[in-house]
Design a protein around this ligand. Structure first.
Ligand SMILES: [Zn+2]
Length: 379
């Protein structure tokens, strides 16, 4: 990954570059900000820049042996730490136990959505974590000399998934650093990190891109129309990962909107024959697209709830969605919103486990028809 692969964020890239060029790299730094901004890409670009044999014009060269190894994710002095599922029994669990899953995650998901990681791990209802055995492993590897480069670099994805014991062990090595070790923490929720760790890392906040810049990136790098790009930029709230998904699936969003509206109408009026037809339509999407539809349904439920609460916020709805929501949102309230969201989530998981989509969606429709009739609680 090179800085030039990352659109926008020029000031932040310059700060990081200057830090390396002046030889003042802290032992531990953090890239923090919302999910989907590209923090992992930036962490990788920074690591490659630090290791590059011939950096020039403000970027790694892309062709030296180190750069080539970075591109293939095989540089021996670049280590990734990430939350994983505990191995069964009393075996110590390390991130590297899931190395092939991690490679798949990095290669297929530029913007690292956490739900994708849960999916790749087949986590179902389990919560991945960074275990204390992993911290011990970091301590051990940090104490060894680097294999090839001047610096060993550890990129820790989602350090907020460390429990207290793990975090305290890591704190020890951050407090008494080895001179040739650099930690790059990549955090979606830095507020959940131990305050003692937060205070010892130099934080670089990554902010959402502004709408005009993001629109420009979408048209120039992804070849979408101005109108699609500008709508995706608005709907994404400046998160490029989300914006790319929206811009490159703009037709799909219209298709999903129409289907969601139809499904909610049929559920509310208890038209179960029509619901069977909707289940057939979703089943014909295939696994990945039906799950994208369910994710869309979850988002729409949240947006309708917010709409109903009249919480002043930026609208993340398209015109057609807003027209529907202005009438539909009163049916989504604190008495049913969580249970409706659970229905979509459960269907999403079940389809991921190869359950029969037609049955899953039809059952979900039956449950929705009950949940939508729950009256709004009186205050
Ligand atoms: Zn290079």
């Amino acid at each position: 990954m090179q800085f030039s692969d990352i659109a926008g964020h020029e000031t932040l890239k310059m700060q990081l570059r200057d830090m390396v060029d002046s030889g003042r790299i802290p032992h531990a730094l953090m890239l923090s900000g919302a999910s989907g901004l590209g923090k992992m890409r930036l962490a990788q670009a920074l690591a490659q820049y630090i290791h590059c044999d011939n950096p020039h014009d403000g970027d790694s060269c892309g062709v030296c042996p180190s750069c080539k190894q970075h591109r293939k994710l095989i540089n021996p002095d670049l280590h990734f730490v990430y939350p994983v599922l505990k191995l069964s029994g009393s075996k110590p669990t390390y991130s590297s136990d899931y190395a092939s899953e991690w490679r798949k995650m990095l290669e297929q998901n530029d913007y690292m959505p956490y739900e994708e990681w849960l999916d790749i791990l087949d986590a179902a209802n389990k919560q991945p974590a960074i275990y204390v055995s992993q911290s011990e492993e970091i301590l051990h590897s940090a104490s060894l000399s680097s294999l090839q480069e001047d610096k060993k670099i550890f990129i820790i994805w989602l350090p907020e998934k460390m429990n207290v014991d793990t975090a305290n062990k890591l704190l020890k090595v951050i407090e008494e650093p080895f001179s040739d070790t650099i930690f790059i923490l990549v955090s979606n929720e830095p507020g959940q990190l131990l305050a003692t760790i937060r205070s010892r890392v130099q934080n670089f906040a990554m902010t959402p891109m502004d709408r005009a810049e993001l629109t420009q990136v979408l048209t120039s790098r992804y070849g979408v129309s101005d109108q699609t790009a500008s709508e995706a930029a608005r709907l994404s709230g400046g998160r490029i990962g989300e914006a790319i998904q929206l811009a490159t699936h703009a037709d799909e969003r219209h298709e999903f909107a129409a289907l969601f509206i139809e499904m909610m109408r049929m559920a509310y009026s208890k038209k179960m024959t029509a619901m069977k037809g909707i289940a057939d339509t979703v089943a014909a999407f295939g696994r990945e697209k039906s799950r994208r539809f369910l994710t869309y349904c979850s988002q729409m439920t949240r947006e309708n709830f917010i709409y109903n609460m009249r919480i002043p916020t930026i609208s993340y709805l398209t015109g057609e969605e807003e027209t529907f929501s202005s009438r539909f949102s009163p049916f989504i309230h604190e008495g049913n919103v969580e249970r409706i969201a659970d229905e979509f989530q459960r269907a999403w998981s079940d389809i991921g486990r190869n359950a029969n989509s037609r049955i899953v969606i039809f059952d979900m429709g039956v449950n929705l028809s009950i949940l939508l009739r729950i009256p709004k609680p009186q205050k």
